[in-house]
Design a binder for this molecule. Structure first.
Ligand code: SRM
Ligand code: SF4
Length: 582
């Protein structure tokens, strides 16, 4: 079945690869990691320093590997500067939650911790997990200890390592979903750093002396940059598999899993006016049976560890390793390390990357309710009391919660007899998906942006709902109200809401100013291209008005907006990452 090729152990790292170079020649972050004593740094000392609400610059970087980002409230920045106070330091904590699944008991604890130590909200992310915002330095340890009480952690939720593993939320295919999700969870456990610092620092663990290497896979300098794995279950591409550094597309045999097609080299991040940075869609490189999954995942990590760019962090993502060395080189390297060859990729079809809202029934008979959570923010806002309502729901729900890659929430595994009680709670707290939410809104997604994200250049989460309202009015006028146009906004070009595969994308340039992109594929299969640079709301709406006029009268039956804008000549189709900026 497999063609044998030379064994992995015989393959030395190429002498010219960055990891073999002296540290002095590499990016300063490589020295920082090497000198950190496997991510310990001086975090323990920083946490108890009473003089400041911050931690040292080095510890800020190391704490990312523990799932924690130092931030400050940007709404207060100017005022505090005027008052000669240090910024209002606070921290974001990201939970590791492979495939986005948690139990009601875990939900209750997450809500309790957000109320006790965070800003009283939970944020569902585009990679299917939870973030706490607004945690003060003194709240970090109790939060992580509270998570530990319900068997959750934040290891490698950020940092130069393999983080948040995604998995399609496909309630219809119950057995397949369960199997793929279990593999995603196992992969996450396998690819996270083995370091013991997390337990020592956050859980007051003893420092153990051991002759075993602390990081058998990563070594002391971890990866050159973050790395993302994701599992897709066709026909749903909710995880946007082509945007993952490495993606696994489930190939089923009936409802049982046979294996995976492998994609490599996806990623969204870029910097404006820096042509050597670009988003890129992953290439499908072949198929392997499911039994080989863990070997494949670890070999991919090892390849990026050995060949990723450790000199220039702006070129350190795996997508650039793939572009610089070529997909054929990668396949040969992978097969040599694995000791077997990939088979030709198998047939699969994606139909959408959107969520299916409301009640659906799985093949095992259980019910699932997909709840629209606008831009992932769980809070109490007016009559829609998601924070209180979901806490009440967690007390009676016997199934599980699944965070979707579109920042929504599935109340999953509801037996027939419990459906009415769940529906009552949804109504009681004003949570149910209302008819007010148009197809456009249900398919919109924004990153966090202001006031917590230190990299935001324009509003996103706080502004997209308003902009969508205005675009909805336009769509209505043109008879397009039922068009589910995938619309995504980010506060900067980093692309945290995967805006470069949206049919209509916006990335922040400056307060009130955005780049506008058109032409992404409706199931994540095609990138969009910049249509307007650095424009404000008035111009955006005027241009959309004109485009909608033509879309309404010239579109062919079932023609998606993203396809139409290319056919109508508004933008040229993007053929590759390098072509994105052309
Ligand atoms: Fe992201 C950095 C939020 C998904 C690409 N991202 C950040 C930081 C941590 C800002 C920072 O470094 O100081 C943001 C924290 C904001 C805050 O206040 O919470 C942040 N990213 C997010 C989240 C919460 C957005 C959301 O609204 O859900 C997502 C958390 C995912 C998770 O659970 O792990 C999030 N980020 C993504 C994605 C989407 C994805 O992975 O599917 C991307 C694009 C895919 C990719 O990686 O290429 C993404 N984030 C980035 C980048 C650009 C990386 C690059 O290659 O250039 C940065 C900046 C960086 O790493 O230097 C970044
Ligand atoms: Fe922050 Fe930019 Fe990511 Fe938005 S896209 S969360 S502004 S880093």
């Amino acid at each position: 079945m497999h063609t044998e090729v030379p064994a992995a152990s015989t393959l030395d790292v190429d002498r010219s690869s960055d990891i073999s170079q002296p540290l002095e020649k590499l990016h300063p972050d490589e020295r920082l990691k090497a000198a950190s004593d496997y991510l310990r740094g001086t975090i323990i000392e920083s946490l108890v320093d009473p003089v400041t609400g911050a931690v040292t610059e080095t510890d800020t970087k190391l704490m990312k590997f523990h799932g924690i980002y130092q931030q400050d409230d940007r709404d207060l920045r100017d005022e505090r500067r005027r008052q000669k106070l240090e910024p209002a330091y606070q921290f974001m904590i990201r939970v590791r939650l492979a495939g986005g699944v948690c139990t009601p008991a875990q939900w209750s604890k997450l809500a309790e911790l957000a109320n006790a130590y965070g800003n009283g909200t939970l944020r569902l992310t585009t990679r299917q997990t939870f973030q706490f915002h607004g945690v003060l330095k003194g709240g970090l340890k109790p939060t992580i200890q509270g998570l530990n009480d319900v068997l959750l952690d934040t290891i490698a939720a950020c940092g130069d390592d393999a983080r948040g593993v995604m998995s399609s939320v496909n309630p219809h295919l119950s057995a397949l979903h369960r199997e793929v999700y279990e593999l995603a969870r196992r992969t996450s456990d396998q690819v996270i750093p083995r370091q013991r610092a997390y337990h020592e620092i956050w859980l007051d663990g003893e420092k153990k002396v051991s002759s075993e290497p602390e990081e058998p896979v990563y070594g002391p300098t971890y990866l050159p940059r973050k790395f993302k794995f994701g599992f897709a279950i066709p026909p749903l591409n909710d995880i946007d598999v082509y945007t993952q550094d490495a993606g696994f597309i489930a190939i089923a045999d009936g409802e049982a899993l046979a294996g995976f097609n492998l994609t490599v080299g996806g990623g969204m991040g870029r910097t404006d006016r820096t042509p050597h940075t670009y988003p890129r869609l992953g290439d499908v490189v072949g198929y392997f049976p499911k039994e080989r999954l863990s070997e494949v995942a670890l070999a991919i990590i090892a390849i990026q560890r050995d060949y990723g760019n450790r000199v220039d962090r702006s070129r350190a993502r795996f997508k650039y390793t793939i572009d610089d060395k070529g997909v054929d080189w990668f396949r040969r390297e992978l097969e040599a390390r694995l000791g077997f060859a990939l088979e030709p990729a198998r047939e699969f079809v994606f139909e959408t990357n959107a969520d299916d809202y409301g009640w659906t029934q799985g093949s095992d008979g259980a019910w699932h309710y997909t709840l629209f959570v606008e831009n992932g923010r769980i809070d109490d806002r007016g009559a829609r009391r998601l924070m209180s309502g979901l806490q009440a729901l967690a007390k009676v729900h016997q199934g599980e919660f699944r965070v979707t890659p579109n920042q929504n929430l599935v109340i999953a595994q509801v037996p027939e007899h419990a459906k009415a009680a769940i529906a009552d709670l949804l109504e009681q707290y004003g949570m149910q998906n209302s008819n007010r939410a148009s197809a456009l809104r249900l398919n919109s997604m924004a990153c966090v942006g202001f006031p917590t994200c230190g990299l935001a250049m324009a509003e996103s989460e706080r502004y997209l709902p308003e902009l969508v309202g205005k675009i909805e009015a336009l769509a209505q006028r043109h008879g397009l109200a039922d068009q589910a146009i995938v619309t995504r906004m980010t506060g900067c070009p980093n692309g945290c809401a995967r805006p470069y595969v949206a049919e209509l994308g916006f990335t922040g340039r400056a307060p009130g100013k955005y780049n506008m992109y058109l032409g992404g594929g409706a199931h994540g299969q095609r990138m969009n291209r910049m249509f307007l640079e650095n424009v404000g709301e008035e111009r955006i709406l005027a241009e959309l008005d004109a485009i909608f006029t033509r879309y309404a009268s010239e579109r062919s039956e079932d023609e998606r907006f993203g396809d139409f804008v290319i056919r109508a000549g508004y933008v040229r189709e993007v053929s590759s990452g390098r072509d994105f900026n052309a």
